[in-house]
Design a binder for this molecule. Structure first.
Ligand SMILES: Nc1ncnc2c1ncn2[C@@H]1O[C@H](COP(=O)(O)OP(=O)(O)OP(=O)(O)O)[C@@H](O)[C@H]1O
Ligand SMILES: [Mg+2]
Length: 328
């Protein structure tokens, strides 16, 4: 069994430099760490995706791609490599085109959740400043790019309490990111990160992680902004498993699985939920969640499950994918 870990080149040309640098560092470390695990069990190489990726994979006789490609730019970035692999008939880990396309697009995700009666924050999509005139949301509002991740474009000043700041922030984000810009009513509640693995009847929720930001400096707003993720890691407290009543735990687990299935996520994913007044609001799903050892939530969650661990998670992703292709 020969596996290729595939990631993409730097997005330095398409992102603000600070965000691109973080993304590049994260990518390189993850490839090394995943390769270290897979090399113990499989013949494993790492490749960078470019226009020649399909011929490279064929030349290397690859049986399975371990997909770590976020995509570079444009529509449905995370679906781009899966689309090429589907076309070429090459097996790969994780979600297919439709799952990534829905998950990367927060507007489509929220619409799909609503259709499936899964609680979500109230939201609006803004294509130009004129759209703010008909806004039907209550402050505080959080402003975010529609199709980024790792809190790119979600900074401390993205939590907005008044009209003047809203106009200013939306104008700024319309310049930097692809429209629409997404507005959400801010859910002031406890935040949970839920790892989900598997497909169909074998879909499983891993231990629920609670994100506790109460130790952040007073002046910082308590949400998982780019600044908090990047510079205040040591002030972020993770409760694992999260202290929850049996009923709350069951509600969050069921909601996470419903959300995973509503977006047609495959093999593994990570669901972000905020719980307020007993309602589990789904913020988004990461169809290509970070897998960096020592840093990512999925690493922490996997380590919290005695019979899994980081290595177990990476191997599980491979075996779930192989089983799906009938190769196991
Ligand atoms: N409607 C909301 N109410 C409260 N907090 C929110 C809301 N939307 C986003 N946040 C906060 O902002 C953080 C980042 O938002 P979101 O998960 O949508 O972005 P992201 O960039 O896709 O994140 P990542 O890919 O790293 O999970 C959330 O973890 C949460 O703390
Ligand atoms: Mg998130």
């Amino acid at each position: 069994m020969r596996i290729a870990i595939v990631t993409d080149r730097s997005r330095m040309d398409f992102l603000p430099p600070e965000e691109a640098l973080q993304e590049d560092a994260q990518k390189h470390r993850t490839v090394e760490q995943v390769q270290e695990v897979l090399s113990k069990h499989y013949d494993c190489i790492a490749l960078t995706a470019d226009d020649e990726i399909i011929s490279k994979l064929r030349a290397e006789n690859i049986d399975l791609v371990f997909n770590l490609c976020n995509g570079l730019r444009g529509d449905s970035k995370t679906a781009q490599l899966p689309a090429m692999l589907e076309f070429a008939g090459i097996a790969y880990t994780g979600s297919a085109v439709v799952g990534h396309t829905l998950a990367i697009n927060k507007l489509l995700s929220l619409q799909a959740f609503q259709t499936a009666s899964i609680p979500t924050p109230k939201f609006a999509a803004v294509y130009s400043l004129a759209d703010l005139d008909n806004l039907n949301l209550e402050f505080p509002i959080i402003v975010k790019p529609n199709d980024e991740g790792s809190s790119r474009g979600i900074h401390q000043d993205s939590l907005i309490f008044d009209w003047a700041s809203l106009r200013k922030k939306v104008a700024e984000e319309l310049e930097l990111y692809r429209p629409p810009i997404l507005l959400n009513e801010f859910i002031k509640g406890r935040e949970f990160t839920i790892g989900v693995v598997g497909n169909e009847d074998e879909t499983e929720v891993l231990p629920i992680q609670e994100l506790d930001l109460s130790a952040l400096p007073e002046e910082l707003s308590k949400f998982y902004s780019f600044e908090v993720k990047t510079y205040y890691k040591e002030k972020t407290i993770y409760h694992l498993p999260a202290p929850l009543t049996a009923a709350e735990k069951e509600l969050i687990e069921k909601t996470a699985i419903r959300a995973y299935q509503a977006l047609m996520i495959r093999d593994y994913g990570r669901v972000d939920i905020r719980l307020k007044d007993g309602i589990p609001y789904v913020l988004e799903i990461n169809s290509l969640p970070g897998l960096q050892k020592g840093r990512s939530s999925l690493w922490r969650i996997a380590e919290a499950k005695a019979d899994l661990g980081y290595e177990g998670l990476i191997l599980r992703i491979v075996s779930i994918a192989l089983r799906r292709y009938g190769k196991l």
